[in-house]
Design a protein around this ligand. Structure first.
Ligand SMILES: *Cc1c(COP(=O)(O)O)cnc(C)c1O
Length: 430
């Protein structure tokens, strides 16, 4: 589901007109739908009902307190990758005992912070890290609950920058070494308890086959570890892809249709994987980020200038790679929807570019869009995940505002940064 649709010729989020949001809060602005966030979480949670499970939303996809709070109230756990993310979860009222902590480079301070707050599991990405966790726990007089992250060496068939489950990726511990690592930890490391097993093979997967291959490969290991070491959970990670092309659900005009409109549905994901997992007798953890938040958000921006070059027409907008870096970073695609519904099916080939001094600063290149004029508002759809969380102040541009729509209500969940925010903490030499 997603909640961006045309109504009376105007693009709405739930029942709020995006033009009114732009007028009230300015542009660029991120707009999120609470209903979509809740719907995606609830559907996944229900689809997994046949097995004991915990959905741990991956905070790095969208870490706004209002997003965390919305999901925490639905019972979500959280997958975090830094102490800063755990701090956000705690501030938003999330439960640390439902949090798992991933990431290849946790510092000792971060490990300590996680243990102080009674985290559910630290997911260990290397043997060296496991030693550090044991030492920190020992200093604190605690037993650290851990799960080792197995790298199953499965090709997720996604963009190489967001693939994580091949042996050449930096993530996890090689499949062939993992059982020995558990055995060694059980005999030698007195301040860790082996609570689970974890994997995560990549992001934006659009077919189910790599998930199934990875689960089938790792289930025998999970069984062995349960018998030998009494582990209680198996996390199958996140990575479920979403529709970026042609994502407006109803009344999508012809220029939206695209053959790349493939996606794994929540139901297909659960129906395929649950039968592989039910007999394990382990609690299954899921760590979706993009699936929950991606389609729940859009970036609202305004056309500043139209520039007709010799070979191209550029629509220069007031947002850029600083606000949404996915196109520049890994050729991410975002559907572009004019906020006022086009009256014709006519299109023009244009580049949508930002104000930042980089040639990589574009949202779309050589794309067919309805004619746009200066001051027109457009929405970059499916920008709810890895959008604001990856934003930067490059070119000293204040970060955009974030708005959450709940039915007919509009909530400012993060104020647009001011110039003073830009220099906060800086000083000149005396
Ligand atoms: C990023 C990440 C996720 C979430 O990935 P999505 O593609 O957003 O679902 C889950 N688990 C781990 C360990 C991650 O690093």
């Amino acid at each position: 589901m997603h909640s961006f649709h045309y109504q009376n010729g105007q693009l709405h989020c739930e029942s709020v007109d995006l033009t009114s949001i732009a007028e009230q809060f300015g542009t660029p602005t991120y707009v999120y739908s609470k209903a979509t966030l809740s719907d995606h979480f609830t559907r996944l949670n229900q689809a997994m009902n046949k097995v004991d499970h915990l959905v741990c939303y991956a905070v790095k996809a969208n870490s706004n307190l209002a997003v965390i709070d919305t999901l925490a109230k639905l019972g979500s756990g959280f997958d975090i990758v830094s102490a800063g993310e755990l701090f956000r979860v705690i501030k938003a009222g999330g439960d640390p005992s439902k949090c798992t902590f991933a990431g290849v480079g946790k510092t000792r301070d971060e490990i300590r912070f996680a243990l102080e707050h009674g985290i559910y599991s630290i997911n260990v990405e290397s043997l060296a890290e496991l030693e550090a966790i044991n030492e920190v726990a020992n200093e604190m007089g605690k037993i650290a609950p851990v799960a080792l992250r197995v790298n199953p060496n499965v090709d997720a068939k996604t963009h190489k920058y967001i693939s994580t489950g091949k042996s050449e990726n930096k993530f996890g511990i090689d499949f062939g070494k993992i059982e020995a690592a558990y055995d060694d930890a059980a005999t030698r490391l007195k301040n860790v308890s082996l609570r689970g097993l974890q994997m995560h093979i990549g992001s934006q997967l659009t077919t189910i086959a790599p998930f199934l291959e990875a689960v089938r490969k790792v289930v025998p290991l999970a069984i062995a570890l349960k018998e030998k070491h009494g582990i209680e959970f198996f996390s199958i990670g996140g990575g479920i892809g979403i529709v970026y092309h042609g994502s407006l659900s109803s009344g999508a005009p012809e220029w939206w249709q695209s053959e790349e409109n493939t996606q794994i549905t929540i139901e297909e994901y659960a129906e395929t994987l649950v039968p592989e997992l039910t007999s394990l007798g382990l609690r299954i953890l899921l760590e979706p980020g993009r699936l929950i938040a991606g389609n729940a958000g859009a970036l609202l921006t305004r056309v500043l200038y139209t520039k007709k070059g010799d070979t191209k027409t550029f629509q220069i907008v007031d947002s850029g790679m600083g606000d949404l870096i996915r196109p520049a970073l890994y050729q991410g695609h975002h559907e572009i929807a004019p906020v006022t519904e086009p009256k014709t099916t006519a299109t023009e080939k244009v580049d949508i570019v930002g104000p930042i001094c980089e040639s990589g600063d574009f949202f779309a290149q050589d794309t067919d869009l309805p004619p746009l004029a200066e001051n027109d508002l457009i929405a970059l759809l499916s920008a709810g995940a890895y959008g604001f969380t990856m934003a930067s102040n490059y070119n000293s541009r204040p970060l955009p505002a974030e708005i959450m729509v709940d039915g007919g209500s509009v909530h400012e969940i993060r104020k647009r940064q001011t110039f003073d925010d830009l220099i906060a903490g800086e000083s000149v030499l005396p």
